[in-house]
Design a protein around this ligand. Structure first.
Ligand code: NAP
Length: 266
């Protein structure tokens, strides 16, 4: 299949590295001359020009959230109306406002790390991860779901508004909490000396790429604020309520939710 990828950072680079293993004809658009040199052996063609994507059957738009609309607009008149285009932005409602001449299916892979750029990308990133699709018209999703499954991910269809509310709770809020948690402890020298796996795990997201961190707030601010308020009130309640009773309930509920098989915790 002829597949285009725009923006070879953590997500775009990982898509490229994974799909290269399946014999697809890959076309990569990158503005970075060093990345261009790295991907030459993996692709049929790479350039900083969108025109190389003209024959693609599927295109992945992997630019920062704030550049997604601009990138989609640039594809107009370049790819054919039969081409399926998806973006991978972590927020979905804002991309569903426009109709395009190509088949546009917004999506969001629920996989990532605190690192960014091509050098941070790796082909196993999507292994076992959910990959949300938020189609808002009649476009057939099969061509995309087949590729998502080929990358080892699990396609899930959701409504864009509900997606944005949900990711505020499980992805964007945890990032802000992680930043605050680090911030309240960082000036205590002994605390920093003693900090171990628990603190490392709960503050990992404080290292989230700054563009992504700001975009989450800029593009999903309403839902982030709602989830922040819910979190603050939960924290306040913890002080007021019978603490043991409350944490027993939380702990039991959390343990019941998933099968802890060591690998796929969530
Ligand atoms: P990233 O590593 O910074 O990659 C983004 C790439 O977009 C850059 O490497 C660059 O590629 C290109 N780019 C950067 N600035 C640009 C600009 N001003 N105009 C056009 N292209 C630009 O970020 P990422 O983590 O892969 O995120 C990319 C998308 O994936 C975002 O929409 C994000 O919401 C989504 N996402 C991220 C995660 C995560 O955890 N990181 C998870 C799921 C989805 P070139 O240098 O090749 O041009």
């Amino acid at each position: 299949m002829k597949i285009g990828i725009i923006g070879l950072g953590l997500i775009g680079g990982s898509i490229l590295k994974k799909l290269a293993g399946f014999g697809h004809e890959l076309y990569a658009v990158t503005r970075n001359s060093e990345t261009l040199r790295h991907v030459k052996t993996l692709v049929k063609s790479c350039s900083d020009k969108y025109e190389i994507l003209s024959d693609c059957e599927v295109v992945f738009v992997c630019t920062p959230i704030g550049k997604i609309i601009e990138t989609l607009d640039k594809l107009e008149g370049i790819v054919s109306e039969n081409c399926t285009v998806t973006d991978v932005a972590s927020v979905k409602e804002f991309v569903t406002k426009k109709k395009y001449s190509f088949k546009f299916i917004p999506s969001h892979p629920m996989a990532g790390t605190e690192n960014s750029g091509y050098n941070a990308s790796f082909p196993e990133l999507f292994e076992g991860a959910k990959w949300v699709l938020t189609p808002y018209d009649e476009n057939d999703t099969k061509i995309l779901t087949d590729l998502i499954e080929q990358m080892g991910a699990i396609p899930i269809v959701a409504n864009p508004k509900e997606h944005d509310e949900a990711v505020a709770l499980i992805s964007h809020l945890p990032m802000y909490i992680s930043q605050c948690l680090y911030s309240v402890a960082k000036d205590n020298k002994l605390a920093m000396k003693l900090a171990s796996s628990g603190f490392r795990d709960t503050t990992r997201l404080a290292m989230t790429d700054l563009t992504l961190a700001c975009d989450m707030l800029n593009f999903n601010g309403k839902n982030v604020e709602k989830s922040q308020n819910a979190f603050i009130s939960e924290l306040e309640n913890l002080k007021k309520e019978n603490y043991l009773e409350k944490i027993t309930e939380i702990s039991q509920s959390r343990r019941k939710m998933y099968n802890f098989d060591g690998k796929n915790i969530i």
